[in-house]
Design a protein around this ligand. Structure first.
Ligand code: ACO
Length: 436
């Protein structure tokens, strides 16, 4: 970290001695104030629930400028990566810091391809679930269970174990998601096929059956690959912070990633794509474009808990750059499938237009996020709504692993242990039950 010439001084109105706090400069983005010695020197903690002003680590992986609507992976703009690279190149970049040269790419693709099968025993574990279990419930279990199947890559402090675990997780997530899907619909599992690309292989595992081969459509494969690229990492979001915190105890990588999957499930995070599509379907059922005004009224009503799902973001206070790319992909996919007049897409565009002109959204800087259009694309690809968040988890796995491995390699890495402002009862005595 580069120290800044500027120092911050913290002073107190009760006459306690003031304290000088060092500042560090990022390569881009806001400086940070180093408060690590604050408690030792003042006996006080900082208070920042939701981490609105707190940097929990330093990182070289992903940078977001929320005001500009800019997203960089290792310095490269997401627009260039989404149009010039495939998902596995982006995985290599996130894991290793540089885009691969041809030989490195070939090697990496081969490694991932040859790790796509899962231990046959995983099937029996999966069969323990109810068929109607939510895919994210299944994924939380399956990913956690990987640590029981791959004992030889569970030592987080061993660099080789970390590398193998990273390859295994990236390679096996599509197989697990497709297995969770096939199990839910009662179809036989389809094994991976090594002559297909990462995304084409996933589509085949999803949509082929033993009776009928599935020939991946390159436009649809490219769209899915783009969904994976756009969701691959997003700096210290809730699930990534969960993975870091979980991994900071020294637990194995599979357990840490399972914690990330569990966090991602929530509707304020990865569950938003499912929630956004459900919302569009409900508006459609209740009258479609005509009823947008009524729906927006409910969203703006402080007494209702209705939110415009797929809108708003903790960091982006401008159009989410991923949403722009996703809207473009949405056009391409619907055109390829002859669904240009898809009512859900029309509804989404009408809703977006109205929201972007409405003072409620404008004044709060609420713009569409990536999930606003990703659900429509996934639905057009034939992916059921309940699987959307599992697809997000598949794509985000590389980001989680890259961030976890970065944390372990950081000399300043410590177990994560926030403090609190205690507002409960001071010490008191236990009374015998008859006197309580
Ligand atoms: N619809 C209606 N109002 C909203 C929305 C929304 N989608 N998002 C925020 N607001 C309002 C809040 O009610 C609040 O209003 P107020 O100032 O009058 O109280 C104001 O905008 C600020 O919002 P916060 O909730 O304080 O912002 P925060 O950063 O805590 O939340 C979040 C961000 C959780 C993403 C929120 O915008 C949201 O719930 N959006 C819908 C869910 C969603 O799409 N999540 C996906 C996130 S992207 C991802 O995970 C890939």
């Amino acid at each position: 970290m580069t120290p800044s010439d500027v120092k911050a001084t913290l002073s107190f109105s009760d006459g306690s001695p003031s304290m000088e706090l060092p500042l560090y400069k990022g390569s881009i983005g806001p400086d940070v104030i180093d408060i690590r010695k604050l408690y030792a020197q003042t006996g006080k903690f900082t208070y920042d629930p939701g981490f609105l002003s707190t940097a929990s680590c330093n990182s070289t992986i992903t940078y977001i400028d929320g005001d500009k609507g800019q997203l960089l992976y290792r310095g490269y703009p997401i627009e260039q990566l989404a149009t010039g690279c495939d998902f596995l190149e982006v995985c290599y970049l996130l894991l290793n810091g540089e885009l691969p040269q041809q030989a490195e790419r070939d090697d990496f693709v081969k490694t991932i391809t040859y790790h796509t099968m899962v231990n046959e025993q995983m099937q029996f574990f999966l069969r323990g679930f109810r068929r109607d279990a939510h895919p994210m419930a299944v994924m939380t279990g399956l990913v956690g269970a990987l640590s029981a199947f791959y004992h030889d890559s569970t030592d987080i402090h061993n660099a080789q174990h970390r590398t193998i675990a990273a390859h295994r997780l990236i390679a096996k997530m599509p197989t697990l998601v497709a297995m969770a899907y096939k199990y839910g619909v009662g179809q036989p599992f389809i094994y991976p096929k090594n002559d297909l690309s990462y995304s084409a292989n996933f589509m085949r595992m999803m949509f082929a059956t033993p009776c009928e081969e599935y020939v991946p459509n390159p436009v649809l494969v490219r769209a899915l690959d783009r969904i994976f690229i756009l969701h691959a990492d997003h700096e210290q979001n809730a699930s990534t912070s969960t993975v870091r915190l979980c991994g900071s105890s020294g637990t194995n990588p599979f357990a840490a990633i399972a914690a990330g999957v569990a966090c991602l499930w929530g509707p304020a995070h990865g569950g938003a794509n499912e929630a956004a599509l459900n919302m569009l379907e409900e508006i459609q059922r209740n009258g479609g474009v005509e009823k947008i005004g009524e729906f927006i009224k409910q969203v703006k009503d402080k007494n209702s808990s209705v939110k415009l799902m797929g809108f708003g973001h903790r960091v982006y206070k401008n159009y989410d750059p991923r949403a722009k790319l996703m809207r473009e992909t949405c056009h391409e996919v619907l055109q390829e499938l002859g669904l240009q007049n898809d009512p859900m897409f029309k509804l989404a565009m009408a809703l977006e237009k109205i929201a972007l002109e409405d003072d409620y959204f404008v004044s709060r800087k609420l713009y569409p996020n990536v999930d606003f259009y990703s659900g429509i694309v996934q639905r057009a690809l034939g992916i059921p709504v309940s699987l959307f968040t599992a697809i997000f988890a598949l794509a985000r796995t590389v980001g989680w692993i890259a961030q976890l491995n970065e944390m372990i390699g950081d000399a300043e890495y410590k177990i994560g242990r926030p403090r609190q402002l205690f507002v409960g009862s001071p010490v008191r005595d236990v009374k015998p039950i008859a006197e309580r």
